[in-house]
Write a protein that binds this ligand. Structure first.
Ligand code: M6R
Length: 614
């Protein structure tokens, strides 16, 4: 939800800021803009649409040489995606330029006050009120840092703000509440960004800003305070991946690269989990074994693809630990007065670690004294930081908006947590846990095998390019896989796609089946006799009504062959691990379908990678 960059140093600020925005474009691509300070004046340029629109005008324009600037790539909340609503926004006389990620919830009231005082606001955004307020503080004699501290105290909501002033060529000032902001420390240059990806080609030394903090950066220093102006500290860290991870590495799209990286991502997530004596260990466990033994209910909260990973996890958690487990959309959780107490464990799953719906649900759970365990792919992000325990999915940066490797590694992480709980609570023997960990360790090879035989799925997607709708069926852990297959197709190919529990079909959705409708069926392993048999019947039911059946079944499962119009073979793996192999063809299908339709794979319309508004 909006990418932000700030820079002061010795290089061309325009080049650094545009390079940073390119790496942050996954956060939003409704518009983009930059502001530079040069010769006591502000130069700004902004354009609706993708960053390439801005690049084009900038190449025609003559931006002045400058070594200090800010930039923004927007996911629109208040006001349409127009040039006028694009950031940066200026103060009343153009003395301040400001970029913002988040939502200023009391902007209407602030806008009313400004307008009553004679301010003319040019955009429909919530952001513009802040640039006017900042500039008013400067006009009253404050410096930019003090102005930022004072203004932040008047704001409600979530925000990362980054500002520059025309008559202050030495510093960029930023603030953060509930939205991400990191500082990059280079040699004689300092960066600000929503995500380290923006400056990774310049430095891997970073500082994460805490809640309700203001930072002032110059070429050689940074200074952090709270909103009251008291000295404060950020958290220093070293980024453990480099620029190569943020590049496409020869693939046409990040999504293709990230699909291909899944075996390695799973292997990395499993790495180093066995402590001495074969016991499992998590990354940051701030919960005692006694607290874990006292847990009497687990609630998983997550959104989108992460929610689907949570649905898979429920089966493993209940089976291995015998603890009742609910899975809830994070955006719904706190509005239904959930029954949560100190013996509830809430597992918050979030690739970005910044999803606002999940963060707010997590905070609600903590207010009720629940223990919160985060699963995240982003080191030091807000959700892990605010949790009692963390397990990181070491999937590497995921840039494509459509989540792929994060999903598989979230499932692996959930399974590890379930096994960890089983270990602490003694619901499984050590050798049983060890056997499952061994099976998990076979998964990178199994996914590699799926990827090696994926070409027919691509061809099928091209052939079905004009299908009006696609259905996905699953049972047990195949059900969340069906939901995930449908979500991928919706978000990438903009098609009507629905995932159903196969047993539910006859209760209504079967009415959607007509001649030629493609129906993907995720067949459980044959070892799950009853489930398998029922699924074979479900395939026949849809086929009898004209569906074109695309059957995903394990090697050696011949029972399905007569009813499969297309057969996609999966490596034979235990039922609870099957989502790790069964999801991959569905990811590839959606990606190829979107390519065939000519859509933007990495940046589907209306979406953003990191959803930092509720
Ligand atoms: O960063 P998070 O895991 O919290 O993101 C949750 C969802 O927004 C995300 O999974 C979304 O559904 C993906 N675009 C799906 O591909």
């Amino acid at each position: 939800m909006c990418g932000i960059v700030g820079y002061v140093g010795a290089q061309s600020a325009l080049d650094v800021v545009m390079g940073g925005l390119r790496r942050l474009e996954y956060r939003g691509y409704d518009s983009a803009g930059v502001a530079l300070v040069a010769d006591g004046a502000l130069f700004t340029e902004k354009r609706a649409g993708k960053l390439s629109n801005l690049s084009k005008v900038l190449s025609e324009d003559t931006a002045p040489p400058s070594t200090l600037g800010i930039g923004h790539t927007r996911w629109a909340t208040h006001g349409a995606a127009t040039d006028r609503n694009a950031h940066p926004h200026l103060g009343a006389r153009g003395r301040v330029a400001l970029v913002h990620n988040g939502i200023i919830e009391n902007f209407a009231q602030l806008r009313g006050q400004l307008e009553a005082a004679g301010h003319e606001l040019r955009s429909e955004t919530d952001t513009e009120v802040v640039s006017h307020l900042l500039e008013a503080e400067l006009d009253a004699g404050a410096d930019l840092t003090t102005a930022m501290q004072r203004v932040c105290k008047q704001l409600d909501g979530a925000f990362t703000l980054v500002a520059v002033a025309s008559d202050d060529p030495e510093r960029v000032v930023a603030a953060r509440r509930n939205s991400p902001l990191v500082i990059g420390l280079g040699a004689d240059e300092t960066f600000l960004a929503s995500d380290v990806a923006a400056f990774i080609e310049h430095t891997r030394d970073a500082v994460e800003l805490g809640q309700d903090q203001v930072v002032t950066i110059t070429r050689s220093e940074f200074d952090i305070t709270d909103f009251a102006g008291n000295p404060a500290e950020g958290k220093r860290f070293h980024v453990d991946w480099d620029i190569a991870a943020a590049e496409k590495a020869g693939y046409d799209y990040f999504m293709l690269k990230e699909i291909a990286e899944q075996p390695e991502a799973i292997a990395n997530t499993l790495l180093g989990r066995s402590a001495t004596g074969g016991r499992l260990q998590l990354d940051e466990m701030r919960l005692s074994d006694d607290e874990l033994r006292a847990v009497d209910k687990i609630i998983i909260i997550a959104c989108g693809t992460a929610f689907h990973a949570g649905l898979v996890a429920k089966y493993a958690i209940e089976h291995w630990t015998r603890i009742p487990c609910e899975v809830e959309l994070a955006s719904e959780f706190r509005y239904r007065d959930p029954v949560v107490d100190r013996d509830t464990m809430v597992i918050a799953i979030s690739q970005s670690g910044e999803t606002m719906d999940t963060l707010m649900a997590l905070r609600h759970a903590r207010d009720q004294r629940a223990k919160v365990l985060a699963i995240s792919n982003t080191n030091g992000s807000t959700i892990p930081r605010e949790s009692d325990a963390v397990l990181y999915t070491h999937a590497g940066i995921e840039i494509a908006v459509a989540s792929t490797k994060a999903f598989l590694t979230q499932i692996v992480a959930c399974h590890l947590i379930a096994l960890y709980l089983a270990q602490v609570r003694g619901t499984m023997f050590g050798d049983e846990i060890g056997a499952i960990v061994d099976e998990l360790e076979q998964m990178p090879a199994a996914v590699t095998k799926v990827l090696a035989t994926i070409e027919p799925v691509r061809a099928l997607a091209r052939e079905l390019r004009d299908a009006p709708a696609v259905l996905f069926l699953g049972r047990h852990v195949g059900y969340p896989v069906a939901l995930e297959g449908a979500l991928k197709l919706k978000e990438l190919a903009y098609m009507q796609a629905e995932g159903f529990a196969a047993g539910e079909l006859k209760h209504g959705p079967i009415a959607l089946v007509e001649q030629g409708v493609p129906v993907f069926v995720v067949v459980p392993p044959q070892g799950r006799g009853q489930l398998h048999e029922k699924m074979v019947s479900n395939i026949q039911e849809v086929r009898a009504r004209g569906a074109r059946t695309i059957v995903l079944a394990e090697e050696g499962d011949d029972a399905v062959t007569p009813y499969a119009d297309e057969l996609v073979r999966l490596p034979s793996v235990p039922t609870l691990l099957q989502p790790l192999v069964a999801t991959v063809p569905l990811q590839v299908f959606a990606c190829e379908m979107a390519t065939a339709k000519g859509h933007d794979i990495d940046q589907p319309r209306n979406l953003a990678k990191s959803v930092t508004v509720e």
